[in-house]
Write a protein that binds this ligand. Structure first.
Ligand code: HEC
Ligand code: HEC
Length: 432
């Protein structure tokens, strides 16, 4: 009798037991560093040819991303779907992965960066972070986010440019990244030569201290952490007990944390377990391959760990402010939020029936975007790797409720950022 009574009392509580707690920890930040980071984030000076900034691909008017499935990096002009490859400096290919949004990355739980986690906290590695540079990584970064901010500038297609074009690209091509006089040093010297930057760094690292690239990365990380903290959504208020969710959003929350099983992967306050799962997401674009390979595959986590069981696994994305961050998935294969949610119900069938119109690609001469999708063997490999079980119980009305819940995760009050885009940057270069 006693145990039956216990069961009855316990049942209604079950859904809320599965709910995360609002326990995000954000660092204390020095505003001088944040404001310095703001200028650096939007300043094309950090790119080899001084023509693209972090903000070009992580733009506040495009949900801190770039609004397209796969963007165009160095060698383009314009923003988002309007961005065009430059005829005289045509990039070799599209950026191979979708640019992720930058919400809440300052929270201490975010220690795995990129869709494949190739920069991540790892105590066994030099300075506690595993990066593609391995032993060549340098010390002095304040967080995994700061370690991440050291890498876009080393990518030829993202920011560095091609070998013959500038000194940064040349250093990168020769493998001179962290060495004295390498790409990071060249960029740090450029910044140090601008009096306004030097004066601002005086206040952050001290007047006698030479500026290193890692100081730039720390300021960029402080800016991102401050600017795009986004934990004042209706759902956060629900978790804090301030204002309960109601109606369809509440029904969607119960599905998300209950029958629809979303929270097995999308867990925690920000709806991510920071882990990797293969869910048969369609692929497009040039893929990720080593220089000597010729394929358009992106095996995701396996490319980092080398383990077969990680094939086609990608990091569970946080689900904040989704209304402004389309397209979705590691290659941006879905432009519609409803479509990417429904993909999870029948992952393999959705992969097999995927239609190219669901992506959103800026024009790019010579692009061969559908090599994987049009190759049935490649598609079968992605399907075979999927570990997400189909669920046939969910209806259209359930999807409506789940979408209402996802909308309750929006905190776009500061969507454009707290400091916003500066009017100008110390290099005097034009802004995107
Ligand atoms: C050409 C476009 C482009 C530029 C320029 C660019 N990024 Fe990115 N960024 C991306 C893409 C694409 C990814 C995902 C790459 C991957 O997962 O392999 C990414 C990933 C990130 C991430 C990881 C986010 C996460 O959730 O894992 C951070 C942080 C970031 N970029 C910050 C920056 C900073 C800081 C700069 C400037 C120094 C910058 N980006 C410049 C396109 C760009
Ligand atoms: C097995 C783990 C898992 C489960 C369960 C799961 N997801 Fe996902 N979800 C992922 C992964 C991993 C990705 C990214 C995959 C990729 O890019 O290849 C993703 C992507 C998404 C995206 C796209 C977000 C973006 O920014 O690109 C949305 C939206 C989403 N999931 C919602 C849901 C909903 C709603 C449910 C429940 C119906 C759910 N997920 C269940 C792992 C999961």
């Amino acid at each position: 009798m006693r145990s039956a009574l216990f069961l009855i009392l316990a049942l209604p509580a079950a859904a809320s037991d599965a709910l995360p707690t609002a326990n995000a920890v954000f660092p204390e930040l020095e505003m001088e560093s944040v404001e310095l980071g703001q200028l650096l984030f939007y300043d094309p000076i950090l790119s080899g040819n001084r023509n693209i900034s972090c903000g070009t691909c992580h733009h506040p008017t495009l949900g801190t991303a770039d609004g397209v499935s796969l963007g165009i990096g160095e060698g383009g002009g314009g923003l988002g779907i309007e961005r065009k490859a430059d005829h005289d400096n045509h990039p070799e290919e599209r950026i191979p992965r979708n640019a992720p949004a930058l919400w809440n990355l300052g929270a201490s739980e975010f220690t795995v960066m990129f869709h494949d986690g190739r920069v991540e906290a790892d105590e066994s590695q030099p300075y506690g972070v595993r990066t593609p540079l391995g032993e060549e990584m340098v010390d002095g970064f304040k967080s995994v986010l700061a370690a991440q901010a050291m890498f876009p500038v080393l990518s030829a297609d993202e920011m560095a440019g091609q070998y013959s074009e500038n000194d940064v690209a040349k250093a990168v091509r020769m493998g001179q990244n962290s060495q004295e006089g390498g790409a990071w040093d060249i960029l740090a010297t450029r910044v140090a030569q601008i009096p306004e930057y030097r004066a601002r760094f005086d206040n952050v690292i001290g007047p006698e201290t030479p500026i290193k690239y890692v100081d730039i990365a720390n300021a960029l990380a402080d800016f991102i952490a401050f600017e795009w903290r986004s934990d004042e959504s209706d759902f956060d208020r629900h978790l804090r007990g301030e204002a309960p969710l109601e109606g369809e959003a509440l029904a969607g929350m119960e599905l998300f944390y209950g029958e629809a099983n979303c929270s097995t992967c999308h867990s925690g306050q920000f709806q991510t377990d920071h882990d990797f799962h293969a869910i048969a997401m369609p692929q497009l674009g040039p893929g990720k391959r080593a220089a000597f390979e010729d394929h358009a595959r992106d095996t995701g986590r396996m490319g980092v760990t080398g383990r077969l069981e990680d094939a086609y696994a990608f990091r569970t994305p946080s689900l904040r402010n989704l209304s402004v961050t389309a397209p979705y998935g590691h290659a941006g294969s879905y432009s519609s939020l409803r479509d990417v949610v429904e993909h999870h119900y029948y992952p393999v069938a959705a992969l097999e029936n995927y239609a190219q119109e669901l992506a959103l690609l800026p024009k790019f001469d010579g692009a061969d975007d559908w090599r994987i999708h049009l190759d049935s063997r490649e598609v079968a490999e992605i399907a075979a790797a999927s570990k997400l079980m189909p669920s046939n119980a969910l209806t259209d009305a359930d999807t409506d409720a789940i979408l209402a819940f996802l909308a309750s995760l929006e905190d776009t009050r500061d969507g454009k950022g707290r400091l916003g885009i500066p009017d100008s940057v110390p290099s005097g270069l034009p802004l995107d």
